[in-house]
Write a protein that binds this ligand. Structure first.
Ligand code: ADP
Ligand code: ASP
Ligand code: MG
Length: 407
């Protein structure tokens, strides 16, 4: 019989009462007789609390130690869940990421899954147990514990679903699906019945944290359909899968926003070959992802170069950029953290002109200044002042009529 993989996020497991409610839900799914693998996140805000605690003791906690610390959050919830299920009369066993066979590279805090050995999980399922796996964590070749990046339990769940040949991965959270915008920001956001991997990936990468981007990527590569649903009700969720009926619906499918943005500008950069490589190579080597990059036209052989990184990477990035800027004799390095990104996403936009103009007009009508712009085939992103992010999301939602969309 097909294995069912379910993932429950931290908001669904905030306290003992919620763990009990989720256990009841798991048992209800078990009544179908299907073998079940449950992936859990840390309870409530545990991960944030642990990070805060670590920073009280060390300004920049060591990566390896921090990952081992953070992994305890998921270890707590998987053991509690297995105990609860057993107390309710069901055979269940908790497995850490390592015990569940999740092998990763050694990039702490953003480790990538390199292989999954499902043999232990298969054995436990064959023994009739509900298997509860700690999300967000894995183990390196050297037996060090790693974490997969914030929100990474979704990725554990989809990876398990892929390796176990599950025909569906259910992601249970505190909203009942993927909406046209974050419903916390735009109350008029509408739930989407379905969305393609491609569109969901762009939304997730641009800040829609309802899904971890790498989980969507894995779902797409291994052809695992994903359903996002609420653990608080039984409403139908949103199906993330392959092709959807593109012509029938709005070309803009959703708005994403992200306030985890910092901008670095290198001022007075000599305009000659090799400068961009000199700047970005050491950043790549330090595992810092650079997002939007803009280079101004050069005047008298010097130019300014701006780019964005995640705020959590800013200090490390600045140290690197400052040292390179001295080598290349740039005039100055400045940074700012009062920026945010807003994006419109939809595969239907790729052969239809005018979307960028409509986006810029909507922002201008609300006096929102655009700092930088980037696009992909199915996305347009504007960097704006973070103070305007709520207004911008709502303005775009209205401009593209997403509250009235045929979803
Ligand atoms: P979990 O703890 O279950 O992993 P998260 O907090 O990671 O939950 O993700 C769920 C949150 O994602 C929602 O509460 C919502 O505020 C946010 N979110 C952002 N964009 C969207 C969107 N387009 N649709 C639904 N939720 C979204
Ligand atoms: N607990 C981790 C986090 O808060 C992983 C997850 O929730 O998916 O980021
Ligand atoms: Mg999440």
């Amino acid at each position: 019989m097909e294995i069912l993989v379910q993932k429950y996020g931290g908001s669904s497991l905030a306290n003992a009462e919620r763990i009990r409610a989720v256990a009841e839900r798991i048992i209800a799914s078990r009544q179908s007789g299907r073998p079940i693998v449950v992936v859990v996140s840390a309870m409530g805000d545990t991960t944030d609390d642990l990070i805060r605690l670590a920073r009280q003791l060390a300004k920049e906690p060591d990566d390896r130690e921090l990952d081992l610390l953070l992994s305890t959050g998921e270890t707590i919830s998987c053991t509690l869940m297995a105990m609860t299920l057993r107390h309710m009369g069901y055979e269940a066993i908790s497995l850490t990421g390592a015990q569940a066979g999740i092998k990763t590279d050694a990039s702490y805090s953003r480790a990538r899954i390199i292989a999954v050995d499902p043999s232990r999980v298969h054995r436990e399922l064959a023994a009739g147990r509900i298997v509860v796996v700690a999300g967000f964590q894995g183990i390196t070749e050297e037996f060090d514990i790693t974490t997969l990046g914030r929100g990474g339990s979704d990725t554990t769940a989809v990876a398990m679903a892929a390796i176990l040949g599950a025909n569906l991965c259910e992601i249970y959270t505190d909203v009942d699906g993927v909406y046209t915008a974050d419903p916390r920001i735009e109350p008029r956001a509408q739930k989407l019945k379905e969305i393609s991997y491609e569109e969901m990936l762009e939304l997730a990468q641009q800040g829609a944290k309802v899904m971890h981007p790498r989980a969507v990527e894995l779902g797409s590569v291994y052809g695992v359909p994903i359903v996002v649903r609420s653990s608080f009700n039984t409403n139908p969720g949103t199906l993330i899968h392959g092709e959807t009926a593109m012509e029938l619906r709005n070309k803009v499918r959703g708005i994403a926003h992200d306030t985890d943005v910092a901008k670095i500008t290198v001022v007075g950069v000599p305009d000659r070959p090799g400068i961009a490589a000199a700047l970005f190579q050491p950043l790549a080597e330090a595992n810092i992802s650079v997002d939007v990059i803009v280079q101004n036209a050069s005047i008298h052989g010097v130019t300014d170069l701006s780019f964005t990184v995640a705020r959590s990477d800013l200090e490390r990035a600045l140290r690197i950029v400052q040292s390179v800027s001295e080598e290349i004799r740039a005039t100055d390095v400045v940074s700012s953290t009062d920026l945010a990104k807003v994006s419109i996403v939809g595969t239907g936009m790729q052969h239809a002109p005018g979307y960028a103009a409509r986006m810029f007009r909507a922002l201008a009508d609300h006096q929102v200044n655009i700092d930088m712009i980037t696009t992909s085939e199915i996305r347009i992103t504007c960097l704006i002042g973070s103070a305007h992010v709520v207004e911008a999301v709502r303005a775009l939602h209205e401009a593209f009529q997403l509250d009235r969309a045929d979803l």
